[in-house]
Unconditional design. Structure first.
Length: 80
């Protein structure tokens, strides 16, 4: 497993860690993308949720809230 780089913003990094603790997968967007990365829910089909993670959003606190809200709303999270 390749270790991902940390997000430069503390609030967004914490939201990404929250998503990963709920079995979401982070994928780097690569060099040709506007987004910093993407988060994918545990359901790895077209019906699964995904979200772009921006490197410099207008409001980092709100972007972190949006990540957490999508993770909480997702019905595909694996219950432990």
């Amino acid at each position: 497993m390749v270790k991902r780089i940390r997000h430069p913003n503390k609030e967004i990094e914490e939201a990404i860690l929250y998503a990963e603790s709920n079995q979401w997968i982070f994928k780097d967007s690569g060099k040709s993308s506007h987004a910093w990365g993407r988060l994918f829910c545990p359901l790895h089909t077209r019906e699964g949720h995904q979200m772009s993670v921006w490197s410099t959003p207008r409001n980092a606190f709100i972007h972190a809230q949006q990540i957490r809200r999508l993770v909480d709303k997702c019905k595909h999270n694996i219950e432990e």
